[in-house]
Design a protein around this ligand. Structure first.
Ligand code: PRT
Length: 110
């Protein structure tokens, strides 16, 4: 299993957003802006749904990766850090009292 994280990709996306467009798809999305990137995210979401209904788990994995990548680019363009999203998920989980299911003993909302 890879130890590559969404935080790693967030860091790369931030670095590549200002790169030369000829060598970086992230830079192309950054230039096209929030509305374009949001539309691309919507397309990737639909492609993920279609893949999920199909039987090829490899296709679903690929579309899910596209979806997460485009979400990270959109969050970057909107200046919303992934840590804010994770904090919101942690807050919701703390409300359910299910942190220990993730191997955590302390409430994540402290
Ligand atoms: N994870 C991704 C990633 N996932 C998907 N994509 C791109 O997202 C696009 C998917 O959109 P489409 O299928 O609609 O393809 P398209 O026709 O090329 O897209 P459009 O012309 O319609 O915008 C493809 O061009 C993919 O290459 C990604 N592009 C980059 N990354 C990662 O982002 C990082 C920085 O990449 P660069 O910015 O390219 O250096 C690296 O770690 C890359 O691996």
């Amino acid at each position: 299993m890879s130890d590559f994280t969404l935080e790693d990709l967030e860091t790369i996306v931030a670095a590549r957003a200002g790169a030369d467009e000829t060598s970086s798809y992230t830079a192309t999305l950054a230039r096209k802006g929030v509305a374009h990137t949001a539309r691309k995210l919507g397309e990737e979401a639909i492609e993920t749904v279609v893949a999920a209904i199909g039987e090829d788990d490899g296709h679903l994995t690929s579309e899910a990766a596209d979806l997460l990548y485009h979400l990270l680019v959109l969050l970057h363009l909107k200046r919303v850090p992934l840590s804010a999203v994770m904090a919101e998920l942690a807050r919701r989980t703390a409300q359910t009292g299910l942190e220990e299911k993730a191997g955590r003993s302390e409430a994540a909302s402290h």
